[in-house]
Design a protein around this ligand. Structure first.
Ligand code: GUN
Ligand code: ZN
Length: 434
């Protein structure tokens, strides 16, 4: 099998940066080489050492002066909401009822689902994202279409059919038994195929009956390695409704806790309006709070309290949440995340940001041995960034003196245009897009 060597400036994290100057948290090689074979990273090091390590016929791709990083990871996104982006609403519940629950009904049509799944994967690649935790719709065919597309592209993806049996239009409701049966069939069929993983996906407590959450619990018990993804504490109206639906449980997180849905593979979107008991429950169960800044600002849901989560030892992921979120770009997402935290009086250094979109999110998904770093044995999912992609960035680069400054510029001004290339399992994927 022919190997490939990427040449450029390499950046990979080895630990969570303790602050803006934690140079021990990453490895940076000015003239580096990543050797790839059979979809995996074989070795990483100085360019001067690389040539002696590989067969003379290796393909060399010179990305200098590009910055080579692990592919970006998005821990919460809805593929059926590509055409929901930019929908004008007063708050979350209006946004869901007016646009999202209408649009998602179209995914009963397999042809439509297949078309959008393909366009969605194109966008991820265009924006440098190589792994995502993805919501499909209630229709099993929407999950079939997504898994089939991700498999075709050999992408590492987590996804699941949404379980929802109330407080939504008829065309978007299943039943507890149907959701159980469909989830079981899909999980058994797709989990572990290629690089695919299944997520048991009760949409949120508002759209699931007690019986359905019991079914989700049953599935979680039968498949303890499967992910669980849902939403919690995003907006005040949503929280009030959850309280009405589950009056005997202490709070919103308490609902998922009651049905045994918390744990190290549980991804909880938003986690904005959290009480101390809820934060403690997340910490104790090692559940993951997923920060979705562009969505939280766009929908007007609130400001995530990262410091409080960190102080309580809650695991954190960061995500676009398209289509409540407004961009597929993890750079745009962390730029908005930075602004949310500025408003909270909290700091987010560029090193922390880039850690979060790579190794941090890999850890949030318990996939740090496979993705999120440039290490021998890891999947060759890689992104190449170009801080000279735009004229005003080139101008600013005249004054940039450190790696952190360059990262901050990429985050503040970057989008798909700074993604010079995206490699999926060692294959150049962005340059192949139409
Ligand atoms: N809560 C339940 N469903 C959704 C969704 O699709 N998007 C967002 N942002 N919040 C939700
Ligand atoms: Zn969401």
């Amino acid at each position: 099998m022919k190997s490939k060597i990427l040449r450029g400036r390499l950046l990979t994290f080895v630990s969570e940066p303790a602050g803006s100057d934690d140079h021990a948290s990453y490895r940076y090689i000015e003239d580096g080489a990543v050797v790839i074979a059979e979809g995996k990273i074989v070795s990483v090091g100085e360019w001067s050492d690389a040539l002696s390590l590989v067969a003379p016929k290796a393909e060399i791709v010179d990305h200098r002066p590009g910055l080579i990083l692990p592919g970006f990871i998005d821990t919460h996104i809805h593929y059926p909401q590509m055409q929901v982006i930019g929908s004008y609403a007063k708050d979350l519940l209006e946004w869901l009822n007016t646009y999202t629950f209408i649009e998602e009904q179209r995914f009963s049509d397999e042809t439509h689902a297949a078309r959008i799944a393909s366009l969605f994967c194109d966008e991820l690649v265009r924006y440098g994202t190589t792994t995502a935790a993805v919501y499909c719709t209630v229709h099993p065919q929407s999950a079939e279409a997504f898994f089939a597309e991700a498999k075709k592209r050999d992408m590492r993806m987590i996804a699941g059919k949404v379980m929802m049996d109330r407080n939504a239009p008829e065309g978007l409701r299943d039943t507890p038994q149907q959701s159980y049966d469909d989830t079981k069939v899909l999980l058994t069929k797709w989990d572990g195929v290629g690089r695919l993983h299944y997520a048991i996906t009760p949409r949120f407590a508002l759209t699931s009956s007690h019986e359905q959450l019991e079914m989700a619990q049953d599935l979680a018990r039968q498949f303890p390695d499967a992910y669980i993804q849902t939403h919690v504490n995003e907006s005040l109206g949503e929280i009030a409704f959850a309280k009405e639906l589950y009056p005997n449980l202490p709070d919103y997180v308490g609902i998922y806790e009651h049905y045994g849905l918390l744990g190290p593979k549980t991804l909880l979107g938003h986690c904005i309006h959290m009480n101390d008991r809820e934060i403690e429950a997340l910490a104790e169960t090692a559940s993951v709070a997923v920060f979705c800044p562009t969505s939280n600002l766009f929908i007007g849901s609130g400001l995530f309290d990262r410091r409080k989560m960190l102080e309580a030892n809650v695991r954190i992921g960061v995500a676009t949440d398209v289509g409540g979120g407004t961009s597929f770009s993890m750079l745009r997402t962390l730029d908005e995340g930075y602004k949310v935290l500025q408003l909270r009086g909290q700091r987010l250094s560029p090193l922390e940001s880039f850690f979060m979109m790579t190794l941090g999110n890999a850890r949030a998904l318990s996939l740090e041995h496979k993705i999120g770093s440039l290490e021998p044995g890891a999947d060759a999912d890689i992104v190449v960034l170009d801080a000279h992609a735009l004229p005003h960035m080139t101008l600013k680069m005249e004054q940039v003196e450190s790696l952190s400054e360059e990262l901050f510029l990429l985050q503040t001004c970057g989008d798909d245009r700074v993604i010079a290339e995206t490699y999926v399992a060692g294959e150049a994927a962005k340059s192949r897009l139409g």
